[in-house]
Design a protein around this ligand. Structure first.
Ligand code: ADP
Ligand code: MG
Length: 560
């Protein structure tokens, strides 16, 4: 179909809005155009987090010379013409908004040659206006270069995170598309260095090898799926022993469109029930195919969400296929969970929550956070998770994990300030393979990590050797801990990274819920907690304890 401007009737049916929020959104729109153009190779180039330069080149069908200018008009598209077309969209794009929206906030140039033309067309736009257009020799396909993104929109520029964070978002995005399109070869170049290359073999597992490394990719389980169903589910999921501390590694593709969906994430995680401890999440790349009429992609301007006509059935299909895959293919017995951390308990299981509202012991308010604890006497342990203690006028229930986190967090921060972190050298270096974003954060934070005791060397490709770790981690799976740490710092702003490292180390080093402690250990922990500056909250901000006063007890028993 040639490019044409959509009629006002069709435009009025399209979810309108801003598609260009940050560099990664530009890359997303340009890559989608390349994929819609049938490209088998897509190269993404990023300089300075994408604000200096972004370039996407492809070997797709290209744009004929006489349509090049039209492509930059609002609502000009070759993918859709009528309202009925909207009900069965099979292309990634359809709104005809991306190119004009990008042109409005950046300098943009494009060279494109359609397969049957002898030469390409070069066009250059500034502030949305065409500055020049000439013939230019080039290979068939399209290259779009975006410079000085948001220079004319300082408010948006200010809203961006660090260069590392923005580049990280782009690499996450390229990774996701490479999983959705295993037959396409994706090349990602960040600041002049090729950091990711997908093989384009058509096999999802080959892509996962590039993303997660050979060891992890080899262990992933294949969803076999039943062939006849209307809703087809395929893909790869991790066995429970391979897990992560964030949901970043759950990817979903509906008819090859990468989407974000809490419902689907829940459908997958629910299938791991009883196999993963709280706070751990699987790795999964899940493809869902269903008739285009069954979904509405026209709900959100960035098309990153879809609406299902029959959401419940999609949920069940995904949940069922994942569960079946785990049940059939996981050989080790499912993990028994003895206790879950206090924060994950449903309300009715939180101690004292059955007491009527006005008598309910208040969780200690933040403004009391600096209040010191009185000297406490330990009475015992509840569910292997809570320490029961008494003070002069109160009874306390202390979450042992949260309390220990607080103790360790302050200790680690203090050691780091004094440059006296206890380090544990490893007898044998531990090799880890990182994803591109993880590698970005490792590089950005290498010095800070060294201050905490991590000595990490580059070994080759994206493999690194861990030579030493903070002494706190000596009993732990150090590779897993480091990966979780990198994922965790990636979620925060650069200003928080120091704290995030300490929080993550404290969390890994702290006693777990469900661990039986001796009276001496409990008394020791409580004494250390008394010494901290903020004993009532853990470094994540959750309470370390709840209390019940003597007078509340007396009321409950009708003594007063
Ligand atoms: P949409 O993708 O919603 O149609 P865009 O503004 O992203 O709108 O693109 C406008 C049109 O420009 C597309 O419909 C397509 O015809 C053409 N186009 C954009 N990028 C490419 C590309 N990489 N290869 C071929 N054609 C392209
Ligand atoms: Mg598009």
């Amino acid at each position: 179909m040639p490019i044409q401007v959509l009629s006002p009737e069709v435009v009025s049916k399209i979810a309108a809005g801003e598609v260009v929020e940050r560099p990664a959104s530009v890359v997303k729109e340009l890559m989608e155009n390349s994929l819609d153009a049938g490209a088998t190779q897509v190269t993404v180039d990023v300089v300075g987090g994408g604000t200096a330069l972004l370039r996407v080149s492809d070997n797709g069908i290209g744009i004929p010379a006489d349509e090049v200018e039209l492509a930059f008009h609002r609502y000009a598209t070759s993918k859709l013409a009528t309202i009925p077309d909207l009900d069965a969209i099979s292309s990634l794009g359809f709104r005809g908004e991306a190119l004009p929206s990008i042109a409005a906030v950046a300098e943009i140039s494009m060279v494109s040659r359609s397969q049957d033309e002898l030469a390409g067309t070069f066009i250059h736009l500034k502030n949305g206006a065409v500055m020049g257009k000439t013939k230019r020799g080039c290979a068939p396909g399209t290259t779009i270069t975006v410079r000085n993104l948001f220079r004319n929109v300082p408010a948006r520029l200010k809203f961006l995170k660090s260069i590392t964070t923005e580049s990280g978002r782009v690499s996450h995005l390229v990774t996701q598309y490479s999983l959705a399109f295993p037959e396409v070869k994706f090349i990602l170049i960040i600041d002049g260095r090729t950091v990711f290359l997908s093989p384009g073999s058509g096999d999802l597992r080959d892509v996962l090898i590039q993303v997660y490394g050979l060891e992890t990719a080899k262990s992933l389980l294949e969803i076999r799926g039943s062939g006849e169903a209307v809703i087809k589910v395929s893909g790869l999921i991790s066995p429970p022993r391979i897990n992560r501390s964030t949901r970043t590694h759950l990817s979903f593709f509906i008819n090859r469109r990468w989407i974000q969906s809490r419902t689907l994430a829940y459908a997958v995680e629910e299938a791991y029930r009883g196999m993963l401890v709280t706070g751990k999440h699987p790795i999964a790349a899940v493809n869902i195919f269903l008739p285009p009429q069954e979904i509405d992609v026209n709900v959100h301007p960035t098309k990153s969400e879809v609406r299902f006509r029959r959401e419940h059935e999609v949920f069940s299909a995904v949940n069922h296929e994942v569960r079946a895959t785990l049940v059939e293919q996981v050989t080790a017995p499912p993990l028994k969970i003895h206790a879950v951390p206090a924060t994950a308990l449903p309300a009715e299981q939180i101690p004292f929550s059955n007491i009527k509202a006005e008598q309910k012991p208040a969780l200690l308010p933040q403004e009391f956070a600096l209040a010191k604890l009185p000297i406490l006497r330990v009475l015992g342990q509840l569910q292997g998770t809570y320490i029961i203690a008494e003070g002069p006028d109160n009874m306390y229930l202390i979450d042992q994990h949260a309390a220990h986190e607080r103790v360790l967090f302050e200790k680690i921060r203090e050691q780091q300030r004094q440059r006296q972190v206890e380090v544990q050298g490893l007898l044998e270096p531990v090799a880890i393979e990182l994803t591109v974003p993880q590698e970005g954060f490792l590089k950005a934070q290498q010095e800070a990590l060294a201050e905490y005791g991590f000595v990490i060397e580059h070994f080759g490709e994206r493999t690194y050797l861990i030579r030493s770790v903070p002494a706190l981690l000596k009993e732990q799976n150090v590779a897993q801990s480091l990966i979780e740490l990198l994922d965790f710092i990636a979620e925060g702003a650069p200003a928080d990274w120091q704290d995030r490292i300490a929080i993550s180390l404290a969390c890994h080093g702290a006693v777990k819920a469900g661990q039986i402690l001796s009276p001496q250990e409990m008394q020791g922990l409580v004494q250390q907690l008394e010494q901290t500056t903020m004993p009532q909250t853990c470094p994540h901000g959750r309470p370390t304890m709840i209390q019940l006063s003597t007078s509340q007890l007396e009321k409950e028993f009708g003594r007063r």
